[in-house]
Design a protein around this ligand. Structure first.
Ligand code: AP5
Length: 229
């Protein structure tokens, strides 16, 4: 199974891609997670990416495409792309990769959410430094303030989750990523495009996505007629 999760910052792409990748046994490729891990390790890519991420801007296409191609090559059982592609240039690079590798992406799921709710969710998001678990002080608070329920790690706020940077990310989304909606809606061929309401509770969004995937991707068992006796 190979899918693209499209949608604005904070809509729940990461939350859902993680849950569904576990359910279907495919690799969750989050460009944001990969870039943050490079930043944490202080690699040259991480230092370069940090200059853009802190300001709410997109990291240059060439850097991101290289990272994603490497991740896709290491995901033979399929992948969910979370946060990629984000520009038309990246979408074209993905098309080129798929053509040369003979791999097919089955579809695009577009999660939708209003602006005010995006800002509310992102400014309340907290991440565990130990295991990466996501929390939200409004919708999914930890049992003990500032501590991960699972591993006891410290919870922190991403530096691009302040209201000012979130609003900048939303402007960038409208300018550079929103055009992908039209791109994929009109792609045709065997690629499906489905919209899902991201304002439902997490379980509700998961249920809707599972319905889409079961309908559009998961092969139905075929029953052949038993031989006549
Ligand atoms: P990235 O990490 O990809 O950020 P994003 O796309 O802006 O998305 P988010 O991670 O903020 O949100 P999400 O949709 O995954 O929501 P989540 O599930 O966490 O990218 C960060 C930066 O890296 C970019 O700004 C850019 O600089 C760079 N970058 C990344 N990819 C790039 C690319 N391809 N090209 C160039 N640059 C790139 O949920 C959010 C919160 O809401 C959480 O607290 C969660 O618990 C809560 N929540 C989730 N679902 C629900 C729900 N249904 N109900 C209530 N609360 C919910």
């Amino acid at each position: 199974m190979r899918l693209i999760f499209l949608g604005p910052p904070g809509v729940g792409k990461g939350t859902q891609a993680k849950l569904l990748s576990q359910r279907y046994g495919v690799t969750h490729i989050s460009t944001g997670d990969v870039l943050r891990s490079e930043m944490a390790r202080g690699t040259p890519l991480g230092s370069k990416a940090a200059e853009y991420i802190r300001k709410g801007l997109l990291v240059p296409d060439a850097l991101v495409v290289e990272v994603v191609v490497r991740a896709m090559n290491g995901a033979p059982k399929g992948f969910f792309l979370d946060g990629f592609p984000r520009t038309l240039e990246q979408a074209r690079a993905l098309d080129g990769y798929l053509q040369t590798s003979g791999i097919q992406v089955e579809g695009v799921v577009h999660l939708r959410l209003g602006l005010d709710e995006i800002v509310r969710r992102l400014t309340a998001r907290r991440n565990c430094a130990g295991c990466g678990e996501l929390y939200n002080t409004l919708t999914k608070p930890p049992r003990s303030a500032g501590r991960c329920d699972g591993c006891g790690g410290t919870l922190s706020q991403r530096e691009d989750d302040t209201e000012a940077v979130v609003r900048k990310r939303l402007v960038v989304y409208e300018d550079l990523t929103r055009p992908l909606v039209t791109h994929y809606k009109s792609a045709g061929g065997s690629l499906f495009y489905e919209e899902v309401d991201g304002s439902l509770p997490v379980e509700g969004v998961t249920q809707k996505l599972v319905e889409v995937l079961e309908r559009c991707c998961v092969p139905k068992p075929t029953f052949s007629r038993p031989p006549a006796l």
